[in-house]
Design a protein around this ligand. Sequence first.
Ligand code: ACO
Length: 321
Amino acid sequence: MIYARVAGTGSFLPGKPVTNDDLVARGIETSDEWIAERTGIRMRHLAEPDVTASQLAYEASVRAIEAAGCQPSDIDLIIVATSTPDYIFPSTAALLQARLGITNGGAVFDLQAVCTGFAYALATAEKFIRSGSNKRALVVGAEVFSRILDWNDRGTCVLFGDGAGAVVLEASARPGILATALHADGSHSPILSVPGQINRGVVIGDPFLRMDGQAVFKFAVKVLGEVAREVVEQAGLTMGDVDWLIPHQANMRILQATGKRLGVPMEKVIATVAQHGNTSAASIPLALDLAVRDGRVQRGQKLLLEGVGGGFTWGAVLLEF
Ligand code: ACO
Protein backbone atom coordinates (compact mmCIF):
# COMPACT_ATOMS: atom_id res chain seq x y z
CA MET A 1 0.00 0.00 0.00
CA ILE A 2 1.33 3.45 -0.92
CA TYR A 3 0.45 6.32 1.39
CA ALA A 4 1.05 10.06 0.96
CA ARG A 5 2.91 11.59 3.89
CA VAL A 6 3.89 15.18 4.72
CA ALA A 7 7.68 15.23 4.61
CA GLY A 8 8.19 18.93 5.33
CA THR A 9 6.40 22.27 5.69
CA GLY A 10 7.32 25.88 4.97
CA SER A 11 5.72 29.31 4.87
CA PHE A 12 6.41 32.93 4.08
CA LEU A 13 4.82 36.28 4.94
CA PRO A 14 5.76 39.44 3.03
CA GLY A 15 7.01 42.57 4.79
CA LYS A 16 6.21 43.84 8.25
CA PRO A 17 2.85 43.25 9.93
CA VAL A 18 0.23 45.93 9.26
CA THR A 19 -1.86 46.45 12.39
CA ASN A 20 -5.49 47.51 12.55
CA ASP A 21 -4.30 50.92 13.78
CA ASP A 22 -2.00 51.13 10.72
CA LEU A 23 -5.10 50.72 8.53
CA VAL A 24 -6.79 53.57 10.42
CA ALA A 25 -3.65 55.67 9.85
CA ARG A 26 -3.92 54.84 6.12
CA GLY A 27 -7.37 56.47 6.08
CA ILE A 28 -9.71 53.46 6.41
CA GLU A 29 -12.76 54.36 8.49
CA THR A 30 -12.47 51.57 11.04
CA SER A 31 -10.99 50.81 14.46
CA ASP A 32 -8.89 48.16 16.14
CA GLU A 33 -11.83 47.54 18.47
CA TRP A 34 -14.35 46.90 15.64
CA ILE A 35 -12.06 44.55 13.71
CA ALA A 36 -10.74 42.65 16.74
CA GLU A 37 -14.16 42.20 18.33
CA ARG A 38 -15.87 40.91 15.17
CA THR A 39 -13.03 38.92 13.62
CA GLY A 40 -10.16 38.47 16.10
CA ILE A 41 -7.80 39.99 13.52
CA ARG A 42 -5.09 42.26 14.96
CA MET A 43 -2.69 42.45 12.03
CA ARG A 44 -1.93 41.07 8.59
CA HIS A 45 0.95 41.16 6.07
CA LEU A 46 0.41 43.02 2.80
CA ALA A 47 2.75 42.50 -0.15
CA GLU A 48 4.17 45.45 -2.08
CA PRO A 49 2.25 45.91 -5.37
CA ASP A 50 5.01 44.34 -7.46
CA VAL A 51 5.21 41.16 -5.35
CA THR A 52 3.48 38.15 -6.93
CA ALA A 53 1.98 34.88 -5.70
CA SER A 54 4.78 32.88 -7.36
CA GLN A 55 7.39 34.86 -5.39
CA LEU A 56 5.64 34.14 -2.09
CA ALA A 57 5.14 30.52 -3.18
CA TYR A 58 8.86 30.24 -3.96
CA GLU A 59 9.91 31.42 -0.49
CA ALA A 60 7.50 29.02 1.24
CA SER A 61 8.51 26.15 -1.06
CA VAL A 62 12.25 26.55 -0.44
CA ARG A 63 11.57 26.23 3.29
CA ALA A 64 9.31 23.17 2.81
CA ILE A 65 11.82 21.43 0.54
CA GLU A 66 14.60 22.08 3.04
CA ALA A 67 12.45 20.74 5.89
CA ALA A 68 11.70 17.63 3.81
CA GLY A 69 15.42 17.06 3.28
CA CYS A 70 15.11 16.78 -0.49
CA GLN A 71 16.09 18.80 -3.56
CA PRO A 72 13.85 20.73 -5.98
CA SER A 73 14.81 18.20 -8.66
CA ASP A 74 13.15 15.45 -6.54
CA ILE A 75 9.75 17.13 -6.95
CA ASP A 76 7.66 15.50 -9.71
CA LEU A 77 4.33 17.30 -9.17
CA ILE A 78 3.53 20.93 -8.24
CA ILE A 79 0.05 22.13 -7.38
CA VAL A 80 -0.44 25.77 -6.43
CA ALA A 81 -3.76 26.70 -4.88
CA THR A 82 -4.40 30.37 -5.59
CA SER A 83 -7.12 32.82 -6.57
CA THR A 84 -4.55 35.54 -7.22
CA PRO A 85 -2.27 34.00 -9.88
CA ASP A 86 0.57 36.02 -11.41
CA TYR A 87 -0.96 35.74 -14.88
CA ILE A 88 -3.98 34.33 -16.68
CA PHE A 89 -1.37 31.89 -18.01
CA PRO A 90 1.11 30.30 -17.61
CA SER A 91 0.07 28.88 -14.26
CA THR A 92 1.63 30.10 -11.02
CA ALA A 93 2.82 26.51 -10.58
CA ALA A 94 4.79 26.71 -13.84
CA LEU A 95 6.34 30.02 -12.75
CA LEU A 96 7.18 28.50 -9.37
CA GLN A 97 8.75 25.48 -11.05
CA ALA A 98 10.98 27.81 -13.09
CA ARG A 99 11.95 29.81 -9.98
CA LEU A 100 12.94 26.53 -8.30
CA GLY A 101 15.18 25.73 -11.26
CA ILE A 102 13.32 22.53 -12.14
CA THR A 103 13.49 21.78 -15.86
CA ASN A 104 11.88 18.87 -17.66
CA GLY A 105 9.88 18.07 -14.49
CA GLY A 106 6.54 16.43 -13.81
CA ALA A 107 3.03 17.91 -13.94
CA VAL A 108 2.43 21.46 -12.69
CA PHE A 109 -0.92 23.20 -12.39
CA ASP A 110 -2.89 25.76 -10.42
CA LEU A 111 -6.01 24.83 -8.51
CA GLN A 112 -8.77 27.35 -7.89
CA ALA A 113 -11.05 26.62 -4.96
CA VAL A 114 -10.53 29.95 -3.17
CA CYS A 115 -10.12 29.48 0.60
CA THR A 116 -10.61 25.69 0.27
CA GLY A 117 -7.81 25.62 -2.32
CA PHE A 118 -5.16 24.06 -0.11
CA ALA A 119 -7.45 21.25 1.11
CA TYR A 120 -8.43 20.57 -2.52
CA ALA A 121 -4.77 20.64 -3.63
CA LEU A 122 -3.57 18.34 -0.84
CA ALA A 123 -6.37 15.84 -1.53
CA THR A 124 -5.59 15.98 -5.27
CA ALA A 125 -1.85 15.43 -4.75
CA GLU A 126 -2.65 12.49 -2.48
CA LYS A 127 -4.53 10.78 -5.33
CA PHE A 128 -1.54 11.19 -7.67
CA ILE A 129 0.81 9.72 -5.10
CA ARG A 130 -1.42 6.85 -4.02
CA SER A 131 -1.97 5.88 -7.66
CA GLY A 132 1.80 5.37 -7.97
CA SER A 133 2.16 7.93 -10.78
CA ASN A 134 4.11 10.46 -8.68
CA LYS A 135 6.56 10.20 -5.80
CA ARG A 136 7.00 13.68 -4.38
CA ALA A 137 4.57 16.59 -4.66
CA LEU A 138 4.98 20.22 -3.72
CA VAL A 139 1.58 21.52 -2.61
CA VAL A 140 1.34 25.27 -2.10
CA GLY A 141 -1.25 27.84 -1.10
CA ALA A 142 -0.14 31.32 -2.17
CA GLU A 143 -2.15 34.52 -2.23
CA VAL A 144 -1.84 38.26 -2.76
CA PHE A 145 -5.44 39.10 -1.89
CA SER A 146 -4.42 42.75 -1.34
CA ARG A 147 -4.66 43.05 -5.16
CA ILE A 148 -8.35 42.17 -5.33
CA LEU A 149 -9.53 44.14 -2.29
CA ASP A 150 -11.56 47.31 -2.66
CA TRP A 151 -9.69 49.53 -0.22
CA ASN A 152 -12.79 51.78 -0.09
CA ASP A 153 -14.92 48.88 1.24
CA ARG A 154 -14.15 48.70 4.94
CA GLY A 155 -16.43 45.68 5.30
CA THR A 156 -13.96 43.49 3.38
CA CYS A 157 -10.53 45.16 3.08
CA VAL A 158 -9.71 44.79 6.79
CA LEU A 159 -10.24 41.01 6.74
CA PHE A 160 -7.53 39.72 4.40
CA GLY A 161 -3.75 39.36 4.22
CA ASP A 162 -1.06 38.04 1.88
CA GLY A 163 1.22 35.04 2.33
CA ALA A 164 2.11 31.50 1.28
CA GLY A 165 2.46 28.08 2.82
CA ALA A 166 3.76 24.84 1.33
CA VAL A 167 4.16 21.16 2.07
CA VAL A 168 6.17 18.41 0.44
CA LEU A 169 3.98 15.30 0.21
CA GLU A 170 5.79 12.06 -0.55
CA ALA A 171 5.05 8.41 -1.18
CA SER A 172 5.53 6.32 1.95
CA ALA A 173 4.86 2.85 3.27
CA ARG A 174 3.66 4.46 6.53
CA PRO A 175 0.21 6.06 6.73
CA GLY A 176 0.07 9.80 6.16
CA ILE A 177 -3.17 11.16 4.75
CA LEU A 178 -5.94 9.01 6.24
CA ALA A 179 -9.09 10.50 4.72
CA THR A 180 -10.18 13.33 2.44
CA ALA A 181 -13.54 14.88 1.54
CA LEU A 182 -14.18 17.63 -0.98
CA HIS A 183 -17.49 19.35 -1.71
CA ALA A 184 -19.00 22.26 -3.61
CA ASP A 185 -22.30 24.00 -4.24
CA GLY A 186 -21.99 26.57 -7.00
CA SER A 187 -25.46 27.96 -6.34
CA HIS A 188 -23.95 29.92 -3.43
CA SER A 189 -21.38 31.72 -5.60
CA PRO A 190 -22.98 35.21 -5.24
CA ILE A 191 -22.27 35.46 -1.49
CA LEU A 192 -18.49 35.59 -2.06
CA SER A 193 -16.97 36.42 -5.42
CA VAL A 194 -14.76 38.63 -7.56
CA PRO A 195 -17.33 38.94 -10.35
CA GLY A 196 -15.12 40.40 -13.07
CA GLN A 197 -13.04 39.38 -16.07
CA ILE A 198 -10.64 40.87 -18.58
CA ASN A 199 -12.19 40.90 -22.03
CA ARG A 200 -10.31 42.37 -24.99
CA GLY A 201 -8.08 44.33 -22.62
CA VAL A 202 -10.96 45.82 -20.63
CA VAL A 203 -12.18 44.84 -17.16
CA ILE A 204 -15.77 43.67 -17.50
CA GLY A 205 -17.78 43.52 -14.27
CA ASP A 206 -16.15 44.08 -10.90
CA PRO A 207 -12.45 43.29 -10.25
CA PHE A 208 -12.85 43.43 -6.44
CA LEU A 209 -13.90 40.92 -3.80
CA ARG A 210 -17.55 41.21 -2.78
CA MET A 211 -19.05 39.39 0.17
CA ASP A 212 -22.25 38.94 2.13
CA GLY A 213 -20.48 38.49 5.46
CA GLN A 214 -23.38 37.16 7.48
CA ALA A 215 -24.39 34.59 4.84
CA VAL A 216 -20.76 33.43 4.60
CA PHE A 217 -20.54 33.11 8.36
CA LYS A 218 -23.58 30.84 8.66
CA PHE A 219 -22.61 28.68 5.69
CA ALA A 220 -18.99 28.31 6.86
CA VAL A 221 -19.84 27.14 10.36
CA LYS A 222 -22.36 24.58 9.08
CA VAL A 223 -20.14 22.93 6.44
CA LEU A 224 -16.92 23.04 8.50
CA GLY A 225 -18.71 21.00 11.16
CA GLU A 226 -20.13 18.52 8.63
CA VAL A 227 -16.95 17.90 6.64
CA ALA A 228 -14.81 17.48 9.76
CA ARG A 229 -17.15 14.74 10.99
CA GLU A 230 -17.13 13.15 7.54
CA VAL A 231 -13.35 12.61 7.37
CA VAL A 232 -13.06 11.46 10.97
CA GLU A 233 -15.78 8.87 10.37
CA GLN A 234 -14.20 7.82 7.05
CA ALA A 235 -10.94 7.09 8.90
CA GLY A 236 -12.78 5.05 11.55
CA LEU A 237 -11.77 7.51 14.28
CA THR A 238 -13.55 9.85 16.69
CA MET A 239 -13.10 13.59 17.14
CA GLY A 240 -11.28 12.80 20.39
CA ASP A 241 -8.51 11.12 18.35
CA VAL A 242 -7.70 14.41 16.60
CA ASP A 243 -4.68 16.13 18.16
CA TRP A 244 -4.98 19.42 16.25
CA LEU A 245 -7.75 21.06 14.28
CA ILE A 246 -6.21 23.37 11.66
CA PRO A 247 -9.06 25.19 9.94
CA HIS A 248 -8.98 27.86 7.26
CA GLN A 249 -8.42 31.11 9.12
CA ALA A 250 -11.37 33.29 8.10
CA ASN A 251 -12.19 34.77 11.45
CA MET A 252 -11.94 33.89 15.12
CA ARG A 253 -15.67 33.62 15.67
CA ILE A 254 -15.95 31.02 12.89
CA LEU A 255 -13.08 29.05 14.47
CA GLN A 256 -14.73 29.19 17.90
CA ALA A 257 -18.16 28.23 16.58
CA THR A 258 -16.66 25.30 14.62
CA GLY A 259 -14.67 24.08 17.63
CA LYS A 260 -17.81 24.26 19.76
CA ARG A 261 -19.92 22.34 17.22
CA LEU A 262 -17.31 19.59 17.04
CA GLY A 263 -16.63 19.49 20.77
CA VAL A 264 -12.97 20.37 20.14
CA PRO A 265 -11.57 22.73 22.82
CA MET A 266 -9.84 25.90 21.56
CA GLU A 267 -6.54 24.62 23.04
CA LYS A 268 -6.57 22.04 20.22
CA VAL A 269 -7.36 24.56 17.46
CA ILE A 270 -4.42 26.22 15.69
CA ALA A 271 -5.42 29.88 15.24
CA THR A 272 -3.29 32.38 13.33
CA VAL A 273 -6.03 34.73 12.17
CA ALA A 274 -5.04 37.36 14.76
CA GLN A 275 -1.57 37.71 13.19
CA HIS A 276 -2.21 36.82 9.54
CA GLY A 277 -5.81 37.87 8.81
CA ASN A 278 -7.51 35.72 6.19
CA THR A 279 -4.91 34.60 3.64
CA SER A 280 -7.36 32.40 1.71
CA ALA A 281 -5.64 29.30 0.22
CA ALA A 282 -2.45 30.10 2.14
CA SER A 283 -4.04 30.11 5.59
CA ILE A 284 -4.03 26.37 6.36
CA PRO A 285 -0.41 25.66 5.33
CA LEU A 286 0.71 28.88 7.06
CA ALA A 287 -0.97 27.77 10.29
CA LEU A 288 0.39 24.22 9.92
CA ASP A 289 3.96 25.41 9.37
CA LEU A 290 3.81 27.81 12.31
CA ALA A 291 2.60 25.04 14.62
CA VAL A 292 5.24 22.60 13.31
CA ARG A 293 8.03 25.11 13.83
CA ASP A 294 6.91 26.19 17.33
CA GLY A 295 6.77 22.51 18.36
CA ARG A 296 3.02 22.15 18.95
CA VAL A 297 2.57 19.77 16.03
CA GLN A 298 4.64 16.62 16.50
CA ARG A 299 5.30 13.58 14.30
CA GLY A 300 2.70 10.85 14.76
CA GLN A 301 -0.08 13.26 15.73
CA LYS A 302 -3.41 13.36 13.92
CA LEU A 303 -4.22 16.65 12.21
CA LEU A 304 -7.57 17.68 10.80
CA LEU A 305 -7.16 20.34 8.10
CA GLU A 306 -10.35 21.89 6.77
CA GLY A 307 -11.43 24.81 4.66
CA VAL A 308 -14.41 26.62 3.20
CA GLY A 309 -14.46 29.33 0.57
CA GLY A 310 -15.90 30.92 -2.54
CA GLY A 311 -17.65 28.66 -4.99
CA PHE A 312 -18.91 27.68 -2.49
CA THR A 313 -16.38 24.96 -1.85
CA TRP A 314 -15.45 23.08 1.30
CA GLY A 315 -13.25 20.17 2.20
CA ALA A 316 -11.12 18.42 4.79
CA VAL A 317 -8.00 16.29 5.02
CA LEU A 318 -7.30 14.08 8.03
CA LEU A 319 -3.66 13.03 8.29
CA GLU A 320 -1.10 11.47 10.54
CA PHE A 321 1.81 13.88 10.60
N1 ACO B 1 -14.97 49.08 10.68
C1 ACO B 1 -15.99 49.69 11.29
N2 ACO B 1 -17.27 49.50 10.96
C2 ACO B 1 -17.53 48.65 9.96
C3 ACO B 1 -16.52 47.97 9.29
C4 ACO B 1 -15.19 48.21 9.68
N3 ACO B 1 -14.15 47.60 9.09
N4 ACO B 1 -17.08 47.19 8.35
C5 ACO B 1 -18.40 47.34 8.44
N5 ACO B 1 -18.68 48.25 9.41
C6 ACO B 1 -19.98 48.70 9.86
C7 ACO B 1 -21.04 48.61 8.77
O1 ACO B 1 -20.99 49.75 7.94
C8 ACO B 1 -22.30 48.52 9.58
O2 ACO B 1 -22.64 49.82 9.99
P1 ACO B 1 -24.19 50.29 10.09
O3 ACO B 1 -24.80 49.37 11.12
O4 ACO B 1 -24.07 51.70 10.53
O5 ACO B 1 -24.73 50.09 8.72
C9 ACO B 1 -21.89 47.75 10.82
O6 ACO B 1 -20.45 47.84 10.90
C10 ACO B 1 -22.31 46.29 10.78
O7 ACO B 1 -21.95 45.78 9.50
P2 ACO B 1 -22.16 44.26 9.17
O8 ACO B 1 -21.60 43.97 7.81
O9 ACO B 1 -23.59 43.90 9.42
O10 ACO B 1 -21.21 43.61 10.26
P3 ACO B 1 -21.22 42.16 10.82
O11 ACO B 1 -21.56 42.18 12.26
O12 ACO B 1 -21.93 41.17 9.95
O13 ACO B 1 -19.67 41.83 10.72
C11 ACO B 1 -18.16 40.54 9.36
C12 ACO B 1 -19.04 41.77 9.45
C13 ACO B 1 -17.04 40.68 10.35
C14 ACO B 1 -17.61 40.45 7.95
C15 ACO B 1 -19.03 39.30 9.70
O14 ACO B 1 -20.18 39.25 8.88
C16 ACO B 1 -18.27 38.05 9.52
O15 ACO B 1 -17.44 37.71 10.33
N6 ACO B 1 -18.57 37.27 8.44
C17 ACO B 1 -17.81 36.13 8.08
C18 ACO B 1 -17.23 36.43 6.76
C19 ACO B 1 -15.76 36.14 6.68
O16 ACO B 1 -15.05 35.88 7.59
N7 ACO B 1 -15.35 36.20 5.45
C20 ACO B 1 -14.01 35.93 5.12
C21 ACO B 1 -13.93 35.51 3.73
S1 ACO B 1 -14.86 34.09 3.43
C22 ACO B 1 -13.96 32.81 3.82
O17 ACO B 1 -12.80 32.90 4.03
C23 ACO B 1 -14.66 31.53 3.90
